[in-house]
Design a protein around this ligand. Sequence first.
Ligand SMILES: NC(=O)c1ccc[n+]([C@@H]2O[C@H](COP(=O)([O-])OP(=O)(O)OC[C@H]3O[C@@H](n4cnc5c(N)ncnc54)[C@H](OP(=O)(O)O)[C@@H]3O)[C@@H](O)[C@H]2O)c1
Length: 283
Amino acid sequence: MILVTGATGTVGRLVAERLSGTGPLRLLTRDPRRAPLAGPGTEAVGGDFDDLGSLREALTGVRSALLVTTNPLAPGQDENFLTAARTAGVRHVVKLSAQAVADPGAVDLITRWQRDNEELLRASGLPWTFLRPRAFMSNTLSWARSVRDEGVVRALHGTSRNSTVDPRDIADVAVRVLADPGAHVGRGYALTGPAALSAVHQTEILGELLERPLKLVELSQDQALSGLLARYPEPLARALVESAVRGRDGAKAHVDPTVGEVLGRPARTYRDWAVDHLSVFRA
Ligand SMILES: NC(=O)c1ccc[n+]([C@@H]2O[C@H](COP(=O)([O-])OP(=O)(O)OC[C@H]3O[C@@H](n4cnc5c(N)ncnc54)[C@H](OP(=O)(O)O)[C@@H]3O)[C@@H](O)[C@H]2O)c1
C-alpha cells in the first residue's frame, strides 16, 4: 500500500493520478470528499497532520508514503507523521522538501523548516528519499488574472533567473521513487527544469503563445511584500521576500540533470508547461 499525503494539492494530486490503478493506494486529505477520484484499489481517507490518531489510522498497512507538509508555522506536523509511520512499520518515506535546503546561504523561515524536517526524517530510522524541487513553474498561475485582465505580469526582481521545475516532473520522479524505492533510498534529488529563466523570459513565452504583447512591471520589495501579506501570514510573506532576494543574487539558477537521469527523458520546459496551461491565461 502506498500513501499519498497532500493529495488535493499541486504535487500530491498529480502523484495520485499517476499511481491510481497501479496497486493499492491511499490518499490522505483533511476532507476525503475533495480527493482526486478514487479508482479500483484507491481509497481516500480523512487525516490531519495535527491529529496523531488520524495519522496512525491512515498509515496502518502502508509500505511507502509521500509526505507533503506545507505549514512552517506548525512545525510538529512532520514529527507527528514520522511517529505514526514508525509505529505502523512504514518502510520508505519520500519527503517533498526544497532545493534551498542544500544552500547554506538560505536561512529564511521556510528553508529552515524544511531543513529541520529533513533532519527529523534522517534521525527517525525510517528509510527516506528527499525530493528537493526549485520553484514550481505553476507558481506563475498567480499571474493569470493580471495577464487576462490587463496583459501585465507583476514580479519582484524580474531579471533574476530560476531553474523552475514542472510539477508534473516532480510527480513523475515521486512515482518512480515510490513504486521502486531500491536505489533511491538515502538520496536527495535536486529537481529543476532544463533552463534558468527569469520572469522577463517567462512573460515573453506567455505573450508569444497567447499572441498578445504582455508587459512586465517590476515590483519593489515593499510592493511584493504587501501582495504576499494578502495571501500569507506575515512570517511566511517575509520569508518569501527573503528567498526572492537570494534569487536576485543568482542562488537559484543552477540547472541540475537529476530529473532527466531518473526519468530517462528531458525535463519539461517552461514553454511545455505554459502550452498545457494556456487557457488559464487567455483573456
Ligand atoms: N511552490 C513551490 O515553488 C515550492 C518549491 C519548493 C518546494 N515546495 C514545497 O512543496 C510543498 C507544497 O506542495 P504543494 O504545492 O503540492 O502543496 P499544496 O498545493 O499547497 O497542497 C497542500 C496539501 O496539504 C494538505 N494539507 C494542508 N494542511 C494539512 C493538514 N493539517 N493535514 C493534512 N493535510 C494537510 C492539503 O490538503 P487538504 O486541504 O485537502 O487537507 C493539500 O492537499 C511544501 O512543502 C513546499 O515547501 C514548494
